[in-house]
Write a protein that binds this ligand. Structure first.
Ligand code: IMP
Ligand code: MG
Length: 192
């Protein structure tokens, strides 16, 4: 089946305006909490690829100085659901030891990705470690993780847009929409 937009999208869950308004609020919260921080000490770590648009909007709205870095992970959906297996594809460039780290993630699904990052980064002795997650699917959580800043809770549906993909498609839609269940009903292999 062709993955055209009308074939694939079910309905818009969050409009561009709703997302932008919430991202502004999150940026204000983060800016207030990290007030007075030095540029070298504050590192936003975006989880590729899904967070790239959220991170760029959030970062540009922060009023505190910060650095930007990325990490790339891969979780194989079918397998990951059973085992929680996450693979490190690309590590951060900056040394986070002694720095304040804010992990920026697109969506909290099972929680395995964020749990993996808590372990990985926690072992590197950052001055602090927090997470900022745009979306959360509470019905799907399998492990307990700490989310310090959350954009929206959504139902258990596959969503695309604003960085999120299905088979690497639909990432650059300005809104967040659910996919028609028949599109994602089959086995999927996802990239984080
Ligand atoms: P986890 O299950 O919490 O480890 O999430 C793994 C990754 O799956 C997330 O970082 C997303 O990149 C991806 N993911 C989970 N749910 C969705 C979705 O509805 N749309 C697009 N990507 C998703
Ligand atoms: Mg992700």
């Amino acid at each position: 089946m062709e993955l055209s937009l009308p074939n694939s999208i079910d309905r818009v869950l969050l409009t561009e305006e709703q997302i932008q308004e919430r991202v502004q609020e999150l940026a204000e919260e983060v800016s207030a909490d990290y007030e007075g921080i030095e540029h070298v000490d504050f590192i936003l770590v975006g989880v590729l690829k899904g967070s790239f648009i959220f991170l760029s909007d959030l970062a540009r709205r922060l009023t505190v100085p910060h650095r930007v870095d990325f990490i790339a992970l891969s979780s194989y959906q079918e397998k990951a659901e059973a085992t929680g297996e996450v693979r490190l594809i690309m590590d951060t460039r900056v040394d986070i030891a002694g720095r304040h780290v804010l992990v920026v993630e697109d969506i909290l699904d099972t929680g395995y990705t964020l749990a993996y990052l808590e372990r990985l980064f926690g072992a590197r002795q950052p001055a602090s470690l927090r997470s900022c997650v745009l979306l959360s699917k509470p019905q799907r959580h399998r492990v307990e993780v700490q989310v310090d800043y959350l954009g929206f809770e959504i139902p258990d549906v596959w969503v695309v847009g604003y960085g999120l993909d299905y088979a690497d498609r639909f990432r650059t839609l300005p809104y967040i929409a659910s996919l028609k269940p028949r599109v994602y009903g089959g086995p999927s292999q996802g990239e984080a």
